[in-house]
Design a protein around this ligand. Structure first.
Ligand code: TPP
Ligand code: MG
Length: 370
């Protein structure tokens, strides 16, 4: 028997606006209107400023910990721009820009990282799930949400975000397998930012692309320059069209870079070279759009200065709203998770001021002083 080829493919990589200002008009013209481009740029500027402010809040003891989004704004923003308002946006913890674009009040993000549960109380109309810190869990949630939508014959799909490190988790593979084999309309968006805390990408994945992991599940995939808003929008259009028309999942690998530390609890200088950071600083998604808008004559230095002022005021107001909220009630520990509190948690709540938390109050002689 001759040896034949069992499988052969290629993975496309999309880049439309590069860091040198080169713009592929064939792919890029008409993709984002000029008005929208300005609006999206303003979204990125606000997100970047809030990142800076949140970092300072943490350093001055006003916030527990915070993962900066700096450098990765274009990925979630491009996705949120393409998705319909009722599509599920199931994020990880570095997607502020997309969440704000969707309509999440920015103070919710600050409250979350200040340890206030009210940051996770999100208006159901926004179709956004709370920040997911346990790596990989949200991809299963997105698959379930999109499956439910399919089951109910709804047209809405789900899009989930996760990092390169998350693709080493079992949950990722289970979600991918499930979505591919049961024809579930979910877009898996991997933000390959080259690092999972201090673990470099080549240790997470020996293959040349993360995208090819999707091929093993029979899922269509594409790679894009994740710092190129136009490329992200292009790939998201392909992915959402595929999900809606074919009822199938789609995988996007957005190649990007985290310019900051992993979180405020990290010091990335201990494990990565400054040369690498400098290289990616030149590829900043925000600078790229700003320069492009200038070349289109729809942006100039005076508009930039006005925006900087607006963003400064807006971020102060956001911080005031987050810090000005009344003190949380300690019942929130118990009541924020369940509609109907399970009996064991109810018992813990009722006995929390005693030295026998969780015990049946009737068994304690004097619950208030025991
Ligand atoms: C299940 C689980 N294991 C470990 C951790 C600790 N942890 C937090 S972030 C992280 C790395 C994640 O890297 P990646 O998925 O690439 O996302 P990035 O932070 O780079 O955006 C790890 C291991 C966690 N939060 N959850
Ligand atoms: Mg990563």
């Amino acid at each position: 028997m001759p040896i034949t080829t069992a499988f052969q493919t290629e993975i496309q990589r999309v880049s439309i606006l590069d860091e040198h200002g080169q713009f592929d008009a064939e792919l890029g013209d008409g993709l984002i209107s000029n008005d929208d481009l300005v609006r999206l740029y303003e979204d990125m500027a606000l997100c970047r400023k809030l990142d800076e402010v949140a970092f300072k809040l943490q350093r001055s003891g006003r916030m527990g910990t915070y993962p900066q989004n700096m450098g990765q704004e274009a990925t979630s923003l491009g996705a949120a721009y393409v998705l319909n308002q009722d599509d599920w946006l199931v994020t990880c913890y570095r997607e502020n820009c997309g969440l704000f674009h969707r309509g999440l009040p920015p103070e919710k993000i600050l409250l979350h990282w200040m340890g206030d549960e009210r940051g996770n109380h999100i208006d159901p109309e926004l179709c956004v799930t709370p920040i997911a810190v346990p790596i990989g869990t949200q991809m299963l949630h997105a698959t379930g949400l999109a499956w439910a939508s399919k089951y109910r014959n709804e047209s809405r799909i789900a899009c989930t975000f996760f990092g390169d490190g998350a693709t080493s988790e079992g949950d990722f593979h289970e979600a991918m397998n499930f979505a591919a084999n049961l024809d579930i309309p979910v877009v898996f968006f991997c933000q390959n930012n080259h690092w999972a805390i201090s673990v470099p990408g080549h240790i997470q994945c020996s293959a040349p692309t993360v995208a090819q992991r999707a091929l093993a599940y029979g899922m269509d995939t594409i790679q894009c320059d994740g710092n190129d808003l136009f490329a992200v929008v292009h790939c998201m259009k392909t992915a959402t069209e595929h999900a809606r028309k074919e009822g199938r999942p789609f995988f996007i690998e957005g190649v990007t870079y985290r310019l900051g530390d992993h979180t405020t609890a990290d010091d990335a200088r201990r494990y990565r070279d400054q040369d690498e950071v400098d290289l990616w600083t030149e590829r900043d998604p925000i600078v790229r759009i700003r320069e492009h808008m200038k070349s289109l004559k729809i942006w100039d230095d005076s508009k930039e200065a006005q925006l900087a002022e607006r963003v400064e005021e807006e971020t102060s107001a956001i911080v005031q709203r987050a810090e000005g909220i009344e003190a949380p009630n300690d019942d929130d520990f118990f009541t924020s998770m369940y509609a109907d509190l399970p009996a064991d948690l109810r018992r813990q709540m009722d006995t929390r001021r005693t030295s026998s938390i969780g015990e049946d109050p009737s068994q304690i002689e004097n619950p208030q002083t025991a």
